[in-house]
Design a protein around this ligand. Structure first.
Ligand code: GCB
Length: 577
């Protein structure tokens, strides 16, 4: 799935703006035919979550209707082009109508979907209606409203009752794009890279929508490297780049790959894609980038900001990268759902390694709804790999965060997802972030271990002296059992900015500093630990509960408005040593 772009053969228009929105708690819109348009909507910003835009609907997750009108921009031509609508992210279920014609629906909040609209779109006065619904249900992923069970600690104790620890923001949260491509367009590109001596080998698979035989010319701008092949539906070429400038966090070199499709000397289509030449693999106890051991320093994070909720805010993306650079981070995990395409593009450009996670947080394995949860997760794996497979920054797939894996059904569930992911992409390691550690049976086949732990916080509270030896013993036990490298994907302490204590006490800035420093010391003494991701880059909004003062998780090293706590300065020292 190629991200839309504009060039002499393609066109993309962002439908961002003030749409109209109507809340529909009684479900009257279905009977009243709101799919054909409705009266009485209030202005709502798209893209953005709806929750923080209105003071009277903050916790509402039920049905809402959005609508907007648009004209076909100059240059769009239904006779010669295929026109589609692409939604980058709508949480959680979206159903879409254009001019009263139902286009389809999509489940899942953080991955793109599109509908072809060529036969339905008018030159002027198009009416686009989207019904969105974000209820929390046990058979959705991520789940919510899970029946009371003491093991599912976040469920039933928070409002809204999510089975995960971040606010369940809803709405049209990323751009909606009107896209035109030529009828015979390039449908997809798949780029994989290898290194041979000092050369880079770039394999490019070209897929096309229907059309007569054409020639695909593949080249790297600024070099003399190019190749061409005949293509009807699918074809592959291999480029050899002598003296390749590899992609890495220290030097995130990108090449501009251009694919041009031509027939009888007429160009039909062109697509340009920044690519990085790099390899990533697990060998023994090491994670190797370009054949050399690499250590991940960074964070779990959230797409979260006041007023816009989980909506795309490009300035916040730039700011977060600036803070991560300043502090010395080289990586992050897309906790607990895929981040925007824009975030991934900048990771490529700025040199961040990304553990790319599907939105499978809080999974549980009770039989009711299990098959459905698996099929939704399979859909997420397919959509994520289709979306992010060409990003050099995406170094690993994560197929879950903290599943409640103690039931026997967990292992076959993850085996299924692992096999699917491997069949779609054999080049990247696959993992999951575990809360059951040594009992996570799926680590027998997953490529690498990821562990989330809060010794000195949720357990051994306030007693790092007690907690650290337990963590050490657990790390060693996991290494002994699975003999694979391990990334510490979460650890941290809630910290009230400006609250101080000596000796360090929970919630003080000093305690966060003390905990992170001690954890780091432990990781450095275990060579099989290949990464440390602090929880969290910034404070972030959650549901309300007794564990979350002000409906906030305060484990940020920066506040929600991106100001450093003491720990930020400490991490900067440690990571820049
Ligand atoms: C976890 C979860 C994360 C929470 C964090 C916490 O283990 O993976 O989503 O926010 O703990 O702060 O409790």
């Amino acid at each position: 799935m190629l991200y839309p772009q504009s060039n002499p053969y393609r066109q993309v228009t962002d439908l961002a703006g003030f749409w109209e929105l109507r809340f529909d708690p009684e479900g009257q819109g279905d009977q009243a035919g709101w799919a054909n348009g409705f009266e009485g909507g209030r202005p709502a910003a798209v893209p953005a979550s709806w929750n923080d835009q209105f003071e009277d609907w903050r916790d509402y997750l039920g049905q809402v209707w959005y609508q907007t009108r648009f004209s076909l921009p100059w240059g769009y031509d239904t006779a010669r082009q295929s026109i589609s609508l692409r939604f980058n992210s709508v949480n959680y279920i979206a159903e879409v109508w254009l001019n009263g014609v139902r286009l389809g629906q999509h489940e899942g909040g953080h991955l793109p979907f599109e509908f072809e609209v060529t036969p339905h779109v008018l030159p002027e006065g198009n009416l686009l209606v989207v019904r969105v619904e974000g209820e929390l249900k046990p058979d959705r992923v991520p789940p919510g409203n899970v029946p009371l069970d003491p093991r599912f600690t976040f469920a039933n104790q928070s409002y809204p009752p999510a089975s995960f620890d971040f606010f369940p923001f809803c709405g049209i949260q990323r751009p909606v794009l009107l896209v035109a491509v030529p009828n015979e367009a390039i449908a997809d590109l798949t780029v994989t890279t290898e290194i041979s001596g000092r050369a880079g080998l770039v394999r490019v698979k070209v897929n096309r929508f229907a059309g007569d035989a054409a020639i695909a010319r593949v080249s790297l701008r600024g070099t003399s490297v190019s190749a061409e092949t005949n293509v009807v539906n699918e074809a592959e070429v291999m480029l050899t780049v002598p003296e390749a400038a590899l992609w890495s966090p220290d030097s995130p070199n990108l090449y501009d790959l251009t694919v041009e499709l031509a027939c009888n000397s007429a160009t039909l289509d062109r697509y340009s894609l920044p690519i990085g030449i790099r390899t990533i693999r697990v060998e023994g106890d090491a994670l190797l980038l370009n054949g050399r051991p690499i250590y991940l320093k960074g964070f779990g994070r959230h797409e979260d900001f006041p007023v816009t909720g989980r909506g795309l805010v490009p300035a916040v993306i730039v700011k977060d990268y600036a803070l991560m650079k300043w502090i010395g981070a080289n990586s992050f995990r897309t906790t607990h759902y895929p981040y925007s395409e824009q975030m991934m593009d900048l990771a490529d450009r700025l040199g961040f390694m990304v553990i790319d996670e599907i939105p499978a947080v809080g999974l549980f394995f009770a039989e009711v709804g299990l098959e459905r949860r698996l099929s939704v997760c399979r859909q997420y794996v397919q959509e994520l790999i289709a979306r992010d497979k060409n990003h050099p920054s995406a170094i690993m797939w994560s197929i879950a965060n903290e599943p409640h894996s103690r039931l026997p059904a967990a292992k076959p569930f993850f085996r299924n997802l692992y096999d699917l992911a491997k069949s779609l992409d054999s080049t990247r390691p696959i993992t999951l972030a575990s809360q059951v550690g040594v009992d996570e049976e799926s680590f027998e086949f997953l490529d690498l271990l990821c562990l989330n732990r809060y010794y000195g916080w949720y357990t051994q509270s306030g007693q790092l002296d007690e907690g650290l030896p337990l963590l050490a013993a657990e790390l060693d036990a996991m290494h002994e059992k699975f003999a694979k490298p391990l990334i510490m994907t979460e650890f941290g302490a809630d910290t009230i900015a400006g609250h101080h204590a000596q000796p360090p006490e929970m919630f003080s800035e000093e305690y966060q500093v003390e905990m992170l420093t001690r954890y780091f010391g432990l990781f450095r003494s275990r060579p099989f630990v290949v990464g440390e991701h602090v929880w969290n880059l910034c404070d972030f909004k959650t549901s309300q509960s007794v564990r979350r003062m002000g409906g906030m998780n305060l484990k940020g090293v920066f506040t929600r408005d991106r100001r450093p706590k003491l720990a930020a300065h400490r991490l900067r020292e440690l990571w820049n040593k």
